[in-house]
Design a protein around this ligand. Structure first.
Ligand code: GLU
Length: 366
């Protein structure tokens, strides 16, 4: 039996495929979701929804199924579909006197420390007001090409859960659980009820992509589980169409797969871990041993750098860790392999001779 009695703050991600029926939004389904979430609010919990379906709604409205391949059309469809989606949520929640709020996000907003703190404040305020914030990616302004897109709402929901310190992330999908092999290919595939550690085997068995308008699939769900696992947040993946699925999960029923957290990193460490790396600092074995032992990274341990980055940006240290670098790539190219005394002699005593302090280094493989 799972126990969610102490769970206060819940993020629920709802996928396109379960929100839609016959090409349109399934109003009856949204009403059921609202009823269950209202139950959670009444028990003193806070709920944030991350919804997909904007693009699908836009496609339905324009009656152009099968013709939405390019980014411009996806952006246009999202702009058309998002208000339709919100109207349905609003109507369904109003039956219970619950106000909903729309928040649209881009990867830029979450990556940037300042805008992310603004976001955190506004979600906190919305939750304090007793409303249900409903989040989606701002598809009309974000694209993968310019690096502003999450691309999928699975990862987005996990990042949001991590940023607002949620205790639980529920991913409602047309995939009802994680299986030991791909259930679409192997009829004898068995669901895995609990995952304590996301191993290479699990990543391999996760396999393929989603459907036409949804971008998910098992791969992005595993990525979401990893983000949640580093934020001390449990994640349940379940069949969104199963009867009263949210209420049953919270009651402790063993539906779907639960991914258990591994560690609860500090907010800053999570920000470092979840930020896109601007480059790579290649370091030698001795330096890697030192940073693993919670020592600072010094220029003497740096072999080379890949990419162009400024001081203050997040970079990779080999394949093992992410760090906020105090030195930009141009400076590092000059200082790589040099000892602190040499640096002082070369650049004067006031110059920084540390690449990253232990608090700014987070291991991915630990
Ligand atoms: N943001 C997209 C939408 O609302 C969906 C992305 C996803 O399916 O993960 O249509």
């Amino acid at each position: 039996m799972r126990n969610f009695s102490g769970t206060k703050r819940i993020v629920i991600k709802i996928g396109t495929n379960i929100l839609t029926k016959d090409g349109g939004l399934d109003g009856a389904y949204v009403r059921q979701i609202a009823a269950q979430i209202n139950g959670l609010l009444k028990s003193g919990r806070q709920v944030v929804i991350v919804t997909s379906g904007a693009i699908g709604m836009g496609v339905g409205q324009l009656n152009i199924a099968g013709k939405v391949q390019n980014i411009k059309m996806r952006q246009a469809c999202a702009a058309i579909g998002q208000p339709l989606l919100m109207a349905e949520y609003r109507k369904s929640f109003l039956r219970y006197g619950v106000t909903v709020a729309q928040v649209l996000l881009t990867a830029e907003v979450l990556n940037n420390r300042k805008t992310y703190l603004n976001l955190r404040n506004s979600i906190e305020t919305l939750l304090r007001l007793g409303t249900v914030p409903i989040l989606n990616e701002n598809d009309s302004v974000s694209t993968e090409e310019i690096g502003t897109a999450f691309g999928d709402n699975d990862r987005l929901s996990a990042l949001v859960a991590s940023k607002i310190d949620a205790d639980l992330l529920i991913i409602l999908s047309d995939i009802d659980a994680l299986y030991d092999k791909n259930p679409r290919e192997f009829p004898d595939a068995k669901p895995i009820p609990v995952v304590f550690e996301i191993t290479q085997d699990i990543i391999k068995s996760a396999g393929g992509a989603g459907s036409e308008h949804a971008t998910g699939g098992m791969k992005t769900k595993i990525e979401a589980a990893k983000i949640a696992a580093n934020a001390g947040c449990r994640m349940v993946l379940a069949d969104g169409r199963a009867k009263k699925v949210i209420s049953r999960i919270i009651a402790g029923e063993e539906v779907g797969t639960i991914f258990m957290p591994r560690r609860k990193l500090s907010n800053r460490a999570r920000w470092i871990l979840n930020s896109a790396a601007a480059g790579v600092i290649n370091i030698d074995e001795g330096a890697m041993r030192a940073v693993r032992a919670h020592k600072s990274l010094l220029p003497s341990g740096v072999i080379s750098v890949d990419g162009t980055f400024e001081a203050g940006e997040v970079v990779m240290l080999n394949n093992n860790a992410k760090a906020v670098t105090s030195l930009g790539s141009a400076q590092l190219k000059v200082l790589a392999g040099k000892h602190s005394s040499e640096i002082k002699r070369l650049l004067g005593p006031g110059h920084r001779d540390v690449v990253a302090i232990p608090e700014d280094i987070v291991f991915i493989d630990y």
